[in-house]
Design a protein around this ligand. Sequence first.
Ligand SMILES: [Zn+2]
Ligand SMILES: [Zn+2]
Length: 136
Amino acid sequence: MHITGRCHCGEVTYRAEVDENKVINCHCTDCQIISGAPFRTVVVSKPDAVTFTAAAPKEYIKIAESGNQRAQGFCANCGTALYATSVGEGERVYGLRLGAVEQADELIPKAHIWYRSHKPWLDNLNNMSAFETTPK
Ligand SMILES: [Zn+2]
Ligand SMILES: [Zn+2]
């Protein structure tokens, strides 16, 4: 599936080919901290199938306890988190952050990963009060 994406300020834009069957919610603690959110939803790109069409993103290299490195791409101006991918040579498969994908409504998550660290209240979402805007 062909998609496009952009950061909040619009300096970084991209187009990509993704596998619409690979949409996942990641509940790992690194995703919680880096996103500032309780979990992060990504769609997986085809290899080397992301093209940046305006400014280049900035990358932060995250080093896991295992020593494994992952590049975390974001807009250097507005800070929108855009993707994670491999470091170094070789083809790059991107985990694109769904919130910055313009076709996000068509991409439905199929699974949770790292669910052992999920926030327990996520099991209770349907029972929470819901408002159309911020209540006064
Ligand atoms: Zn931006
Ligand atoms: Zn994660």
